[in-house]
Design a protein around this ligand. Structure first.
Ligand code: HPA
Length: 277
């Protein structure tokens, strides 16, 4: 068998020994949504470190666990903490947790992150629903022997971000009076923030926001046939658009500043996704 698929099945078995919870929606809690765990009526949690073979985040302050529980009546699994490529993991490990969420039964997945604003109309604190992405500057998580059990060798990526889920995000935001922009996300490896020249290049390529996660997760999920949507919290003007140097502290501060709105949007969107057949 494919060793990457072996590892997935092994991790899945370990989780199933702890819980038989059947999630409908999967959620990745990025910066600014860490507190969302408190909004979930928790049934059980599984620490990443308790799963043999599971990649554990090295970033300080990133708690690593799956939360199983309910948002309203909707059964969800949430990832509190994700791993990034810049931490040194293989791309197949970076996407292992989201693949597991899908294998656990979550066929609708919401990815979230903090991102730099390339589009100058997207000020810090703006929430942006992803319409598309550019992953050409990071290795594909699908490189290597194809996992036929998950999807085809050459998956279509015309519509990575599901139109119906995007509409739910948009309608939910409107009903809550939360401004929600739409745009294209570009993923770079990090961990250094970009140079101003890289940001100008990214803008020329059509990107509105930049970050170090999410797009490869979306690609791996799309390969599996999951329905994906994603929201970025614009935490800072991207490099060169502001006189101040970029810091992780600024990213965290802005993400925390809008976390109430962000949480409200995600909470109510999940409720509305649960109403979908
Ligand atoms: N660049 C890359 N990743 C980021 C940024 C940025 O400006 N802000 C938050 N994550």
């Amino acid at each position: 068998m494919n060793p990457i698929y072996d590892k997935l099945i092994n991790c899945l078995d370990q989780i199933h020994k702890i819980t038989d919870f059947q999630p409908e929606v999967g959620l990745v809690l990025g910066s600014g949504l860490g507190g969302f765990g408190e909004k979930i009526k928790i049934s059980s949690t599984v620490d990443y470190s308790s799963i043999d073979g599971f990649p554990v985040s090295t970033v300080a302050g990133h708690a690593g666990r799956f939360i199983f529980g309910y948002v309203g009546d909707v059964p969800v699994v949430a990832m509190q903490g994700r791993v990034h490529y810049y931490e040194g993991y293989k791309m197949t490990d970076v996407v292992l947790p989201v693949r597991l969420m899908c294998m656990l039964g979550a066929k609708k997945i919401i990815l979230t992150n903090a991102a730099g604003g390339i589009n100058t109309t997207f000020k810090p604190g703006t929430l942006m629903s992803l319409t598309d992405h550019i992953t050409s500057f990071v290795p594909s998580p699908l490189i290597g022997q194809n996992i036929d059990e998950l999807g085809v060798r050459f998956p279509d990526m015309t519509t990575v971000y599901d139109e119906k889920l995007r509409k739910i995000l948009k309608d939910t935001a409107k009903s809550l009076d939360i401004p929600l922009k739409e745009g294209v996300y570009i993923q770079f490896t990090g961990p250094a923030y970009e140079t101003p020249a890289e940001i100008r290049a990214a803008r020329t390529l059509g990107a509105d926001a930049v970050g170090m996660s999410t797009a490869v997760e979306a690609m791996a999920l799309r390969h599996m046939g999951a329905r994906v949507c994603a929201v970025s919290c614009i935490s800072n003007p991207a490099a060169g658009l502001n006189k101040k140097p970029l810091t992780h502290e600024e990213v965290k501060e802005t993400a925390d500043m809008v976390s109430d709105q962000f949480q409200k949007l995600i909470y109510n969107s999940i409720i509305n996704m649960g109403k979908e057949e």
